[in-house]
Structures are given as structure tokens and as C-alpha cells.
Design a protein around this ligand. Structure first.
Ligand SMILES: Nc1c(N[C@@H]2O[C@H](COP(=O)(O)O)[C@@H](O)[C@H]2O)[nH]c(=O)[nH]c1=O
Length: 171
């Protein structure tokens, strides 16, 4: 489990307004998946460098691309160089190969240098491992940015993934 007391990851005071601005946009994107992603979480991602949004994405349907994948696919298709950019993510990036490749691999292979996260993913196969992998590979990690807002949009997912009950509506 990710030890949230291990270090103060809240970023510098100067960075916080910036992070909040982009996290608000990532939250707006995440909401677009409402009604489509169940039992998966709502997730939004914005990729920024020097105040410019390079790409963005959201989880738009169950079994569809993860939010990060949508943003990186856009960048790849449009020849956008992501080196040195910051990923702002409402949810910790996944680190497992599930219906698609791990988002942590995408982040590392695109030269991202900082990842700013709202919620830690309570899914036991992630649960802090995503952040740890990024950090071990030299990516600066900032978390708990607008955590209350990011946790709130996924309260049903959090309940389902930690108890196995309550969200799945179809087999
Ligand atoms: N949708 C989503 C994440 N969802 C995470 O992945 C799990 C589902 O994996 P899969 O079945 O492969 O889609 C889900 O339970 C949650 O832990 N993670 C992310 O980084 N970004 C996303 O957009």
C-alpha cells in the first residue's frame, strides 16, 4: 500500500493554483464518462507543459481506453512531443495490464517528468503501486490535489472495488 505519510507530496505553494486549475478541467472531462464506465471509475487526464495543454482524455466507456491512453493516442496521432510534460490525473494511473497496457508504461515511454494525482486508486492491483513505479523511474509525483472532489466522483467505484458489492449492474 502507498504510504501517504512517507513524504509531503502536496507540491510547492506556487504550483498549487496551477494544479487546481488543470485538475478542475480533468474533473470536467471525467464527468463525461458518467453512465458509461460502470463498474469502472470516472477518470480525466490533462497533459500540460509550460502552461499549454498538449492533450487530454477521459475514460469514456467500460472496456474503452483509459483516460491516459486517450490523451497519449491523441498526442501520437498528432505528432505532439510529450517530453518534460506534466500529467494531471483525477485518479492514480493504473500499473496493470488489463483490457489494455498499463498507463504507467505509457507515461514513462512518453517522457513525462511529473504526475499530479487527485485520488489514490483503491483497486488492490494498483493501490499506490502506480505512483511508486513512476517515482522509482524518476517521475516527480504529487498527490492529494483536490482529493475530496476526485474521491467524490468515484464514491460508488470505491465502494465496489473495496467490497465487491454495489456498483455492477450487468454480468
Ligand atoms: N479507468 C481507468 C482506470 N481504472 C483502473 O483500472 C481498472 C480497470 O482496468 P481495465 O479492466 O483494464 O480497464 C479499474 O478497476 C481501476 O482500478 N485507471 C486509470 O489509470 N485510468 C482510467 O481511465
Amino acid at each position: 500500500m502507498w504510504d501517504r505519510n512517507r513524504r509531503n507530496m502536496l507540491g510547492t505553494v506556487d504550483d498549487m493554483p496551477q494544479y487546481r486549475k488543470y485538475m478542475t478541467q480533468a474533473l470536467e472531462l471525467a464527468h463525461k464518462g458518467a453512465g458509461w464506465v460502470n463498474p469502472n471509475p470516472l477518470v480525466g487526464t490533462v497533459v500540460v507543459r509550460d502552461g499549454e495543454i498538449l492533450a487530454a482524455g477521459y475514460h469514456d466507456r467500460y472496456r474503452g481506453p483509459h483516460a491516459e491512453r486517450m490523451a497519449f493516442d491523441y498526442a501520437d496521432e498528432h505528432g505532439v512531443d510529450m517530453h518534460g510534460a506534466t500529467v494531471i490525473d483525477t485518479l492514480e494511473p493504473c500499473c496493470h495490464v488489463g483490457s489494455q497496457l498499463a498507463c504507467t508504461d505509457l507515461i514513462l515511454s512518453h517522457g513525462i517528468t511529473r504526475v499530479v494525482v487527485g485520488s489514490i486508486d483503491p483497486n488492490p492491483i494498483v493501490a499506490g503501486k502506480g505512483l511508486r513505479i513512476l517515482e522509482e523511474n524518476g517521475v516527480e509525483v504529487v498527490y492529494d490535489v483536490m482529493r475530496a472532489e476526485c474521491d467524490a466522483i468515484n464514491r460508488h467505484f470505491f465502494h465496489y472495488i473495496t467490497t465487491g458489492m454495489g456498483v455492477r449492474t450487468k454480468c
